[in-house]
Design a binder for this molecule. Structure first.
Ligand SMILES: [Zn+2]
Length: 218
């Protein structure tokens, strides 16, 4: 195992395997260098399942009610995007579909697949490929991007009608809380630990590169 530099005091040291629920601290300053949650897979899986249910609710219930010229109607996210497309707002329709639908949906599917696949080691070889590929998809599932998509949709629709938030809107609000919770509880080291049995290449080189940058930056 390669030695790592403590980000606080720069002491180079070799990390031993951290037991579940344990922490590795710097020998000199006590800074936490690595930690391993006691339930590294169950909690993110539960949160991801919750996110999947909330995602389905968000896309099947009315996002908002619309009142215009005495008529009342409600629309889902897909319905709203379709209406925007018809009104000649193609770019907005694509942004909303991608940010509120495709990106978060792909992220949930990706997390579910990876978390279920690594439960029974050795993890299949394609999990390693999937995690590498997922790194490039993650920025697009970030909350800011999703909220931006919803805001654009709201502003566009509010120009045409009076908007009342529907159940779908509250469900999207729930996703905004669930996504960072998944990212906080999932431990990439734990996933890589299980993938390495099948995939001899190990974690992405970016991690080692970051360590070197930390060293050189001081
Ligand atoms: Zn230290």
């Amino acid at each position: 195992m390669e030695p790592v530099a403590c980000p606080e005091c720069d002491l180079l040291q070799r990390l031993l395997e951290v037991p579940p629920g344990g922490k590795a601290r710097c020998a000199r300053c006590g800074h936490t260098l690595a930690s391993r949650p006691s339930d590294p897979l169950d909690r993110p899986l539960a949160l991801t399942l919750a996110a999947a249910i909330v995602f389905i609710v968000a896309h099947t219930t009315p996002l908002m009610g619309l009142s215009a010229v005495g008529r009342h109607a409600s629309t889902t996210i897909a319905g709203g995007a379709l209406e925007m497309w018809r009104q000649g707002e193609q770019i907005t329709a694509v942004i909303v579909t991608f940010c509120a639908g495709i990106a978060p949906g792909t992220y949930i599917l990706f997390m579910l697949t990876v978390l279920l696949a690594v439960r029974r080691p050795p993890a299949p070889h394609w999990v390693g490929e999937m995690v590498r590929w997922g790194h490039s998809m993650q920025p697009w599932s970030m909350n800011e991007v999703m909220i931006l998509g919803i805001l654009v949709a709201l502003i566009k629709i509010a120009e045409l009608a009076t908007v009342e938030p529907g159940i779908g809107m509250y469900a999207l609000g729930g996703l905004v809380v669930l996504f960072p919770a998944i990212m906080l509880t999932v431990d990439p080291r734990e996933i890589w630990r299980r993938v390495e049995w099948a995939d001899g290449q190990g974690p992405p080189r970016a991690e080692a590169g970051e360590d070197i940058r930390t060293e050189a930056g001081r």
